[in-house]
Design a protein around this ligand. Structure first.
Ligand SMILES: [Zn+2]
Length: 256
């Protein structure tokens, strides 16, 4: 009996020790999780800061009432404005193999859902591209242009109007997406006649997107008409840009 009692006490002690250790492990795991989380948040804020101090035109608090915290949405990346060196957006998955800036990913998914609710079939064919992917595309485009028998310099200029130089494409920023009709996936002007493109052009601003390279703005954007390339700028800016038939360059020069 005496032996049994001790045994029981020992068992109770072992169980107590087991649960204490388990609880402690759980607590440590929770602490580690939050420490890592706050660390990545700090990093995120840092890259955000880099981004905001990059090519954003200063003073967004103008007559348009756009707040400074909206600046990341309005970063200008084009032929003359490269992305801040080393900038990498925090990404979220928006489709099979396609990523987007996580701050705008919900808006993109909502827009695609709304389009599908109309019985249409939009398909993402390009979203975020790393600098490496952009370099590949750009090189391919130069080779393609060279086949027409023009000089290397000419080929580079022509290639840049179709595929922007690495670091100068909004796709590197994670805020641009190419959307096509599932039934017609060729990236050419006729893309504009698809029901999907018609719907997107009419409704994208409601989700904070603009058709970034309109037909009548090619001289300002220096990019061919692309009735498939949408850029996230936020609902306020997208609404203003659409209502006033502007391109992003024109809009930013107004609020400068
Ligand atoms: Zn594009």
């Amino acid at each position: 009996m005496r032996y049994k009692k001790i045994g029981k006490r020992r068992t109770t002690y072992a169980a107590l020790r087991f649960w204490t250790l388990t609880m402690l492990s759980v607590l440590v795991a929770i602490m580690v999780f939050f420490i890592v989380k706050s660390y990545s948040k700090a990093e995120y804020a840092l890259s955000n800061d880099v981004l905001n101090n990059g090519d954003v035109k200063g003073g967004m608090e103008g007559a348009l009432g756009i707040q400074p915290e909206a600046e990341w949405k309005l970063v200008l990346v084009n032929k003359d404005n490269a992305m801040p060196y080393g900038y990498e957006p925090t990404l979220a998955l928006v489709g099979s193999g396609y990523y987007f800036d996580e701050r705008a990913s919900e808006a993109l998914l909502d827009m695609l859902d709304a389009c599908r609710l109309e019985g249409l079939n939009p398909a993402i064919c390009s979203a975020y591209r790393s600098i490496e992917q952009q370099t590949e595309l750009y090189s391919e485009q130069i080779e393609k242009q060279k086949k027409a028998g023009i000089s290397s310099e000419e080929a580079e200029v022509k290639a840049a109007a179709v595929v922007l130089y690495p670091g100068k494409s909004e796709h590197n920023l994670g805020l641009a997406v190419d959307i096509v009709s599932t039934d017609y996936q060729i990236l050419e002007e006729e893309q504009e006649s698809t029901m999907e493109q018609q719907w997107l052009m009419d409704n994208c601003y409601k989700y904070g997107f603009i058709l970034r390279y309109p037909k009548d703005k090619q001289e300002i954007t220096n990019v061919i008409y692309e009735p498939w390339h949408y850029r996230y700028v936020g609902i306020e800016a997208a609404t203003y840009i659409t209502e006033n038939n502007l391109c992003l360059e024109e809009f930013l020069s107004m609020i400068e």
